[in-house]
Design a protein around this ligand. Structure first.
Ligand code: DQA
Length: 147
């Protein structure tokens, strides 16, 4: 069965109450439940993780090698700063998609830079919580087309 890791970085545990005008009112628990029910309809497995700690995210990416077919990563602010996360993705040979709830390109200049973008298959941003389902669809499409 196809297995996808959905990995969320710092401050995403506060979804629903954190700047709702930017990130919406949906909580991370809501997103997780929606991914789980979507996975069920698709007949795939989705594992959902969140950490505020860069090293824990690196560890989760390492652990994905051989256990998951793809990674969907909302690295939060680490997107814009973390060479360690970029290197981790590049090292494990598991295809990854970068995800953001907000349209980072319509926001502050510092959010336009992404280290993660250099090592992923593609990027989904600006669609709020619906982006997680879009990313699952995109990952399945990628895995189907992959040689
Ligand atoms: C975010 C965008 C990042 O710039 C920000 O630091 C976040 C959330 C998003 O989902 O829109 O924490 O990744």
């Amino acid at each position: 069965m196809t297995s996808i890791l959905v990995l969320n970085g710092p401050n995403l545990n506060l979804l629903g109450t954190r700047q709702p005008e930017v990130y919406g009112h949906t909580t991370l628990a809501d997103v997780e439940a929606d991914c789980a029910s979507y996975a069920k309809t698709l007949g795939i497995k989705v594992t959902f993780l969140q950490s505020n700690h860069e090293g824990a995210l690196v560890d989760a990416i390492h652990a994905a090698k051989g256990t998951h077919d793809g990674i969907i990563l909302n690295a939060g602010a680490y997107t814009h700063t973390s060479i360690a996360l970029m290197d981790a993705i590049a090292s494990v040979e598991v295809p990854a998609i970068e995800l953001h709830l907000s349209n980072v390109h319509a926001r502050e200049e510092f959010r336009h830079q992404s280290y993660i973008a250099k090592v992923v298959v593609g990027i989904i941003c600006g669609f709020g919580a619906a982006g997680y389902r879009l990313a699952i669809d995109a990952m399945l499409g990628h895995l189907k087309d992959a040689p």
